[in-house]
Design a binder for this molecule. Structure first.
Ligand SMILES: [Zn+2]
Length: 145
């Protein structure tokens, strides 16, 4: 086999690897959504499925996320993302802040330092599923040790 043939095979293998990575991501999400949608198994079984898939997620992404809520400074339980400015907060904390500010007839500023979003609304908040899963996985790992 010539050197260029080896090189060609190697690069096609590499592109395969990338495809497999993407496919795994899709499979993971689909599996979780299916289990949730169909109500497969008990709550415990579903949780096990999620956690099994979580470890692979972590290995694939390897990114360091901030799990701490800018409001409470503790690890988030239900992380939500602001669609407008992409900042994350713990759901209970941000809803509480919005309520307090609105009761004072004021707009709720994004609590993240330096953020220019001066009007945070409940409708701007979406569950940050990815972050939630990472937090769950981290919890599991720290329980193990
Ligand atoms: Zn913000």
């Amino acid at each position: 086999m010539s050197l260029s043939a080896v090189h060609g095979t190697l690069s096609s293998l590499k592109s395969c690897q990338a495809d497999i990575g993407t496919a795994m991501d899709i499979v993971t999400n689909v599996a979780i959504d299916l289990a949730e949608a169909r109500g497969v198994g008990s709550e415990r079984q579903r949780k096990t499925l999620k956690l099994t898939l979580l470890d692979e997620d972590i290995a694939v992404t390897q990114t360091q996320d901030n799990f701490f809520c800018p409001l409470t400074q503790v690890e988030m339980v239900n992380p939500v993302k602001n669609k407008k400015c992409n900042h994350c907060y713990d759901e209970a904390a941000i809803l509480n802040l919005i309520k307090t500010r609105h009761n004072q007839k004021k707009k709720c500023r994004c609590p993240v330092v330096g953020c220019e979003n001066t009007d945070v609304r409940k409708s701007d908040l979406v569950l940050n599923k990815l972050l939630w899963r990472k937090i769950e996985s981290q919890k599991r790992q720290s329980n193990r040790t």
